[in-house]
Structures are given as structure tokens and as C-alpha cells.
Unconditional design. Sequence first.
Length: 160
Amino acid sequence: MLQAENLLLFGPSGVGKTHLAIAITMAMAAQDQPCRFFPATTLVQLLQKAKAAYDLPAMLQKLDRYTLLVIDDISYVRRSELESSVLFELICHRYERKSLLVTSNQPFREWDDIFPSGSMTVAAVDRLVHHCHIIGIKGESYRQKAAAARVSSDQTNPST
């Protein structure tokens, strides 16, 4: 991912996308590659603040110091022009210059819920996938499995 390539991790909630993103970020940081991890909603709020202060270009430049920028759970950003326009600007700004790692629990066909228009969705996806590795993760939610195991354990070992 040192050559402005992107990585997209897809899968249902609870299968480990965020953990993988964190592990990749930590591995790159261990190789002295500057990285930054953001929950998508936090990143969007930061970019919105910068845009409101007429400082978005400077903020995008500031984020350029990171070889890898992680956008975790992009699916939670919703079709607000303010939210998705800054996210779109970030994707365009980093295109072919710096790497993005994006996690999502929704496939591309559902990204029209993220961006306000189909054309913006197509343009964002087109830039993300041009130099990209896409990994789909299947399986059951680790959290749901753990909760089921606790329930099962509680039923076999009642404390009363």
C-alpha cells in the first residue's frame, strides 16, 4: 500500500473488518509509515468543521502526511450533502497520491445511501477501486457468537 493503492474491506457487522484495519495500521506504523485511523463519522465531522471554516484544502493537505488513512465504517455516513461532499473531496484529493483503507458493511450497490447522487457514488467508487485490493469477509459476528456463548454458559452454570 505504499504506492497509493487502496484497500477495501467488506463484510457484515462483527466479522473483524475494524480489527484487520487496526492491525494493518499498526504494521505500517511499525515500518515507520505514518498512518491515521478514523471512524468515518469522526473524519466527516472533522472535514465539515474545516470546510465551514474555509480551511478544507489545508486540512486535506494536513492529512496528506499520512501514507495510509483509514476510514472505518463508511456505511454509517448518510446521504447528507454536507457529509458526503467532504468525504468525496477527500477521496478525490487522495486519488493516485496516497492510500485509503475503507471498511464497509454494505456492498457498493448500496453506497447510494452514502452519497447524495448516483453520479457521485460512481465517481467515488471508481476512484477507490482503480488501484485497489478488495477483500470480502464472510462469517458470523464474533460479538454475537460471544454473546451466545455467555448465554449458554449462564444457563448451564446458574449462580443462584
